[in-house]
Ligand binder design. Structure first.
Ligand code: SAM
Length: 261
């Protein structure tokens, strides 16, 4: 399994994770930052299974438009199903660094937990800028994975597991440099809000609890973590949940910026 390339089963697993309460909370926060208005044209880069596209369609109404772009055909198939009742949406296979959209076609753009996977951040930001009209808004949401903290009774194994998990990313701590990169890409009014996603005890509706099996599957056989060790780490996290001793926290960052008029 790679976080960047999803087959049908992996795409459906991610879709399931995005149904949980924390994922809904994240979407509410990101959509509030975007503040889409009726009639607007919105671009969602790395739209995944299309939850944002569907929710943004409700916000822009019939006079608005939503374009979702993703590099994964499996994700786009789920997004198409989710948006099937609308005809003011298009879902396009494409790369964040080469968006298949016209210049200045959008009032606002959103990209949630995508740019941290894109090696050439500058190119992705330049593409977002190109796609926006003058004065257009962008919301970029990414995670500082260095803020991820997990309770384990085997801290050495847990540390190795988390280091192996880093391999799923191009940029482990992107939020630290994103404001400067946005300004260098020609955006203005760059702002940032931090959001903690943490879970304690038995927390089945948390992003953290949902992430555990993903993380375990990804790290097995990577960076010296054997399948048995990955399984043991997941089993320990599940046991801690059952005992009420689970702890998992991380900080996610929402950046807002504008293309100059
Ligand atoms: C963690 S998921 C987030 C999905 C969606 N933004 C959400 O929050 O519901 C990352 C998504 O970005 C897509 N992706 C990763 N790298 C990409 C790239 N270079 N260009 C376009 N999409 C990409 C993946 O296929 C996946 O659907």
């Amino acid at each position: 399994m790679s976080q960047l390339e999803f087959d049908e089963q992996e795409a459906r697993q991610l879709e399931g994770m995005y149904e949980i309460g924390d994922a809904r909370r994240r979407r509410e926060l990101a959509r509030a930052a975007l503040a889409a208005a009726p009639g607007e044209r919105i671009l969602d880069v790395g739209c995944g299974p299309g939850f944002y596209c569907a929710e943004l369609l409700a916000e822009v109404g019939e006079s608005g438009w939503v374009t979702g772009v993703d590099s994964s055909p499996a994700m786009l198939a789920l997004a198409a199903r989710r948006c099937a009742s609308h005809d003011n949406v298009e879902l396009l296979e494409g790369e964040a660094v080469a968006l298949p959209v016209r210049d200045e076609a959008f009032d606002a753009a959103l990209t949630v937990q995508v740019i941290e996977y894109v090696p050439d951040v500058e190119k992705a930001l330049a593409e977002l800028r190109r796609a926006l009209r003058p004065g257009g808004r962008v919301v970029i949401w990414d995670i500082d994975w260095d803020t991820l903290s997990v309770h384990s009774e085997d801290p050495k194994l847990s540390e190795r597991v988390l280091r192996a998990w880093d391999e799923h990313l191009a940029h482990r701590t992107l939020p630290r440099t994103l404001a400067g990169r946005l300004r260098a890409a020609g955006f203005e009014v760059v702002d940032m809000t931090a959001h903690a996603f943490a879970a304690l005890g038995h927390a089945p509706d948390s992003w953290a609890s949902a992430l555990v099996p993903f993380l375990g599957r990804f790290v097995a056989g990577r960076a010296g973590v054997s399948e048995e060790e990955a399984d043991a780490w997941v089993a320990e996290q599940r046991r801690l949940e059952e005992q009420g001793d689970f702890y998992f926290g991380c900080i996610q960052f929402c950046f807002t910026a504008r293309k100059p008029r």
